[in-house]
Design a protein around this ligand. Structure first.
Ligand code: NAP
Length: 245
C-alpha cells in the first residue's frame, strides 16, 4: 500500500475486533506504527500480532482515567510521539424505553462519552505540544437519525458529534484536527448480535442495498488521519451506503 501515513504514530481503542481492528490494519497498511488497545489485553496483543508491522497490543478500559493516560504515555514512550488517535471503543445495550435499565443507560453513555472524552483529552495534550495531530471519533448514524431501542446509544453518539465540534474549535489553532465518522450498518461482532430478521430489515432500507464492511469505515478514517484532509476539522463523515442522508 501507499506510504500515506509513513512514520505516523497511532492509537486505536476497542481495536481487538470489528471496525477498530480494520482501522488499525488500514493505518498500518499506509505506513503508521499502531497501538491497538482493548479491554482484554491478550486479545489486543493477538490482533497486533496478526497485523504485524510493529503493531503493539495493550489492555485499556477507556472509561478509566488512569488507564487511558497510561495508554497514551506508553505509546509516546515506545513510538516516540503520537500523531493519530482513534476513539473507537463502543458497546450497545439495546432495549425499549419500557425495558431499559439505568445501568444500561449509564454503561453506554460512559463508554462512548467519558471514554471518548478521556482519549481526546490525553491525546490532545501530547498533540498540542507537538502542534500537530489528528483525532477521529466514532459516532454512528444512530446519533443522527435516532434508532428505536437505542435511546442510550443514539444520545451517546449524538454527544460524540458535539464533543468533536467543541474540541475541534479548541484545538484548531494548535494544529490538532478533530473529526468524526458516522457508520451505518456495518458487519461486525456488534451487529452479529442482531437477529437475522432485524439485520435484513435494516439492510433493505439502505440505498446501496447492503451492509458495509469494517474496511469501508477504515478508509474514511485513513483519509481523516492523513494530510489529504488537512483543511478539515469538526467534520462528520457518513459511511452508510446512503442510509439516513
Ligand atoms: P465491536 O465489534 O463490538 O468492537 C468493539 C470493541 O470495543 C470490542 O473489542 C470491545 O471489547 C471493545 N470495548 C468495549 N468497551 C470497551 C472499553 N470500555 N474499553 C476498551 N475497549 C472496549 O464493535 P464495532 O461494530 O466494531 O464498533 C466499533 C465502533 O463503531 C463503536 O464505537 C460503535 O459504536 C461504532 N459503530 C458501529 C456500527 C456497526 O454497525 N457495527 C455502526 C455505527 C457505529 P469487548 O468485546 O470485550 O466488549
Amino acid at each position: 500500500m501507499s506510504g500515506l501515513l509513513e512514520g505516523r504514530r497511532a492509537i486505536v481503542t476497542g481495536a481487538a475486533q470489528g471496525i477498530g481492528l480494520a482501522i488499525g490494519a488500514a493505518l498500518a497498511d499506509h505506513g503508521a506504527r499502531v497501538v491497538l488497545a482493548d479491554l482484554d489485553g491478550n486479545r489486543a496483543e493477538a490482533s497486533a500480532e496478526a497485523i504485524g508491522r510493529g503493531a503493539i497490543g495493550v489492555g485499556c478500559d477507556v472509561t478509566d482515567e488512569s488507564e487511558v493516560n497510561r495508554l497514551v504515555d506508553r505509546a509516546v514512550d515506545e513510538l516516540g510521539g503520537l500523531d493519530l488517535f482513534v476513539n473507537n471503543a463502543g458497546i450497545t445495550r439495546d432495549a425499549s424505553l419500557k425495558k431499559m435499565s439505568v445501568a444500561d443507560f449509564d454503561a453506554v453513555i460512559t463508554v462512548h462519552l467519558r471514554g471518548t472524552w478521556l482519549g481526546l483529552r490525553a491525546a490532545s495534550a501530547v498533540m498540542r505540544e507537538a502542534k500537530s495531530g489528528s483525532i477521529v471519533n466514532l459516532s454512528s448514524m444512530s446519533g443522527k437519525v435516532g434508532n428505536p431501542g437505542q435511546t442510550n446509544y443514539s444520545a451517546a453518539k449524538a454527544g460524540v458529534v458535539g464533543m468533536t465540534k467543541a474540541a475541534a474549535k479548541e484545538l484548531a489553532h494548535h494544529g490538532v484536527r478533530v473529526n468524526a465518522v458516522q457508520p451505518g450498518l456495518i458487519r461486525t461482532p456488534m451487529t452479529a448480535a442482531m437477529t437475522p430478521e432485524a439485520f435484513a430489515t435494516t439492510e433493505a432500507t439502505i440505498p446501496m442495498r447492503r451492509a458495509g464492511e469494517p474496511g469501508e469505515v477504515a478508509g474514511a478514517v485513513v483519509f481523516l488521519a492523513s494530510h489529504l484532509s488537512s483543511y478539515m476539522t469538526g467534520a462528520v463523515l457518513e459511511v452508510a451506503g446512503g442510509r439516513g442522508m
